[in-house]
Ligand binder design. Structure first.
Ligand SMILES: NC(=O)c1ccc[n+]([C@@H]2O[C@H](COP(=O)([O-])OP(=O)(O)OC[C@H]3O[C@@H](n4cnc5c(N)ncnc54)[C@H](OP(=O)(O)O)[C@@H]3O)[C@@H](O)[C@H]2O)c1
Length: 287
């Protein structure tokens, strides 16, 4: 799930365009090509967006795998697929991708998908592993969003999809540092949605639960031994339903959306009660 960057497709029916820009639809054949850059769950995102008519830019460390996926997809969809090799924990590689995001005006949508996890408890994990995890799951995601957001805000259109996790809502799941990075992704996405939404830029946070990918191997777990494992295609299809509905937060595994709404409403109900000069009664000590 690495960054996917593309701009509007040339098939009106699927094209994401902020309402006020509908009148400016253009014929893709004559104007500049549209690009999309992609990290993982990437196969599904790549296939779906290519089939929606988006050109793609695929980004990850393993270029051979990207090429293996891009070849058949180019043939099938006739879209342009560009590949960039980058380790997003390496400043020089990250800067290269940021520059492309900042400068390539054809890129209109970013899917911040690259991420990983580490096994063990907090006291067992090495600080170097935790630091690398934070660098990929939060710093890289933040820098990629920061690279593209000003240009999208100026153009009044575009979208950013950030892949978080339900773990970001659940310290009880025991993936403390990973969960903290995903809590960051959710908060950042909600904040960007409030800041960029009025400027015509859509920001979506996607919160998957257990999904059948290689990430479980990185934490030393056998995904086949886990229960309630969602298939990647189902996850991405559901996330795209949320995308097409312009949901700020999409939680594909959650059966009752009312639970999220109640949670978010309860959070918002507290906000007005934070502004107090005196501590709450329960914290006042009798002198
Ligand atoms: N699978 C789940 O159960 C689950 C649940 C909730 C959230 N998520 C989130 O979904 C996203 C995708 O993860 P996944 O499950 O698809 O895991 P995955 O199978 O391990 O894929 C991770 C993707 O990120 C890329 N990547 C990893 N490290 C990178 C680096 N340093 N630089 C550039 N690209 C890098 C990988 O490509 P290369 O190895 O080629 O670089 C790959 O495309 C992550 O943000 C993850 O936290 C997954």
């Amino acid at each position: 799930m690495t960054a996917i960057i593309f701009t509007y497709n040339h098939d009106e029916r699927h094209e994401y365009r902020s309402p006020q820009r509908k009148e400016q639809s253009h014929d893709h054949k004559s104007s500049s090509p549209h690009y999309r850059r992609l990290h993982r769950h990437r196969r599904s995102y790549a296939e779906r967006f290519a089939r929606r008519g988006h050109d793609l830019v695929l980004v990850a460390r393993d270029v051979a795998r990207l090429e293996a996926m891009a070849g058949p997809l180019r043939q099938e969809t006739r879209v342009a697929i560009d590949i960039i090799q980058a380790d997003l924990t390496q400043p020089a590689d990250l800067a290269k991708v940021e520059t492309r995001l900042r400068d390539d005006a054809r890129i209109g949508i970013l899917v911040n998908n690259a991420g990983t996890a580490i096994g063990g408890t907090f006291v067992e994990q090495s600080i170097d592993d935790m630091t690398r995890l934070v660098a990929l799951n939060t710093t890289a995601l933040l820098r990629l969003a920061s690279a593209i957001a000003p240009r999208l805000a100026k153009s009044g259109e575009g979208a950013i999809i950030n892949i978080g996790s339900v773990v970001g809502l659940a310290p009880e799941f025991g993936m403390t540092v990973y969960g903290a990075t995903k809590a960051f992704v959710l908060f950042l996405s909600q904040g960007l949605s409030l800041e960029l939404g009025p400027k015509g830029v859509y920001v979506q946070a996607v919160l998957p639960a257990t999904t059948r990918t290689e990430i479980w191997g990185h934490v030393g777990a056998d995904v086949n031994a886990l229960s309630n494992v969602m298939e990647v295609n189902d996850l991405v299809d559901a996330a795209l339903v949320g995308f097409d509905r312009r949901e700020p937060v999409t939680i594909p595994p959650l059966p009752d959306a009312g639970q999220w709404e109640a949670f978010d409403s309860a959070r918002k109900a507290m906000l007005a009660n934070f502004g107090n000069a005196l501590p709450a009664e329960r914290y006042r000590t009798v002198a």
